[in-house]
Design a protein around this ligand. Structure first.
Ligand SMILES: Nc1nc2c(ncn2[C@@H]2O[C@H](COP(=O)(O)OP(=O)(O)OP(=O)(O)O)[C@@H](O)[C@H]2O)c(=O)[nH]1
Ligand SMILES: [Mg+2]
Length: 385
């Protein structure tokens, strides 16, 4: 089968839910277990979706390519799953509509497998979302994609150690070349959740107390993710989480909890919680990731280094201004080049034009024209009028 035909065949399997993703059930069947691909924009979720399901959804080098969800059913080692590709999201504390769609899906199918796809070289920045997903007690598999780019940045990741620290399967992949996809399929089929709930991160005593207070409220949500929901409610300015029905009384109770009793002011939990997660992510990567001091590879890198250093950058700037502005633009451009254009090119063409005009029309010659150009008209023409 030709390549375009193959793509058309693959596309037939895809169900895009752009039009109905706001529905309560996000349009997913109840028949199969779900595998939900989530992660920041442009990390290769759609490429991995294609590799896992032998389908075709758009993959491109622009963040925000996937805006609705795409889903298809697939069989992995004899077991049937529905695989779902979601729009990029940075955090469970969603801001954009696309992020809200992704969040709604992960919370709606909390018991199924969530694959968090990250760009391996930027793992430190992306790990806070892994921590959030684990905190929500989801069945998370961490996929380190774009592994082929690690060499370029001389980064090494101790995958085994990372898995042990996070207590979840960690699979390295190169989605575009389908590397690691079989290992991922095995990890999906053999996923066994640890019996004990994982708490990888504890917050300050003050925040932990607030979490307890929120959890005590009559919140209609399954118990396993309550801690995570409580954290979202504490951080969210509006107290609106699209998949949790909240009454006005509930909102006012949350707002009271959010108010710091000691100083009577609303306290920005958002910053403190995000900072704690990022610190934990940094701590984990400091034990599992190493980066060699990469030697400067090209003359461009060398020049970059020299130009951003003030001791070498300022003299370079002066030399560039002297040569570029004074010598090239001032002396050469405004001096030699202008003289050459005026004296040689302009005069020659002007003389030729006048010569043709005199010869072709010996009667009607405008005196003003001759006068205006008289300084440069050779005597022979002037005397011939
Ligand atoms: N080198 C390399 N490139 C990859 C890999 N996986 C994906 N890409 C490229 O990364 C870019 C983004 O891939 P997508 O699959 O569209 O990423 P996404 O996460 O679905 O992006 P959004 O839909 O915007 O959230 C594309 O140019 C892919 O070809 C990989 O393992 N290695
Ligand atoms: Mg995509």
């Amino acid at each position: 089968m030709s390549a375009p035909m193959k793509i058309i065949e693959r596309m037939k399997n895809i169900n895009s839910t752009k039009d109905c993703c706001h529905d309560e059930n996000v349009c997913l069947s109840k028949e199969y277990n779900k595998i939900i691909l989530v992660g920041s924009p442009n990390v290769g979720k759609s490429a991995l979706f294609n590799a896992l399901t032998d389908s075709y959804v758009t993959v491109s080098n622009y963040p925000g390519t996937t805006v609705g969800i795409a889903k298809t059913t697939t069989s992995i080692e004899g077991k049937n799953y529905e695989v779902i590709d979601t729009p990029g999201m940075y955090s469970l504390l969603s801001i954009t509509e696309e992020e809200k769609i992704s969040r709604k899906i992960v919370f709606s199918y909390a018991k199924d497998i969530i694959i968090h796809v990250v760009d391996a070289k930027n793992i430190e920045r992306m790990l806070p979302l892994t921590l959030q997903l684990i905190e929500a007690n989801f069945s998370v598999i961490l996929v380190l994609n774009l592994m082929d780019e690690l060499d370029k940045y001389k980064i090494k990741i101790n995958i085994e150690k990372l898995g042990k620290k996070l207590k979840i399967p960690v699979i390295p992949t190169i989605a575009t070349k389908e590397v690691g996809v079989n290992e991922l399929k095995t990890a999906i089929n053999t996923y066994r959740k640890l019996p004990q709930k994982q708490i990888l991160l504890t917050y300050s005593a003050r925040i932990e107390k607030k979490i307890e207070e929120v959890i005590k409220l009559p919140l209609k949500y399954h118990q396993q993710s309550l801690r995570s929901i409580a954290l979202l409610l504490l951080q969210d300015e509006t107290t609106e989480i699209e998949f949790i029905p909240v009454t006005k009384t509930f909102t006012s109770k949350i707002n009271i909890i959010k108010t710091d009793v000691e100083n009577g002011k609303s306290y920005p939990f958002l910053y403190e919680i995000a900072l704690a997660r990022q610190q934990r992510a940094t701590e984990i990567t400091s034990h599992t990731l190493s980066q060699q001091n990469s030697k400067k590879t090209s003359i461009v890198d060398e020049l970059n280094e020299l130009m951003i250093n003030p001791w070498t950058g300022i003299p370079i700037l002066i030399v560039v201004i002297y040569i570029g502005l004074y010598q090239i633009v001032g002396k050469f451009g405004a001096g030699y080049a202008v003289d050459f254009i005026e004296n040689i090119i302009y005069e020659t063409t002007h003389e030729l034009t006048l010569g043709v005009s005199y010869q072709s029309n010996s009667v009607a010659v405008c005196p003003a024209t001759i006068e205006a150009g008289s300084a440069s008209i050779p005597r022979a023409y002037a005397s011939g009028i």
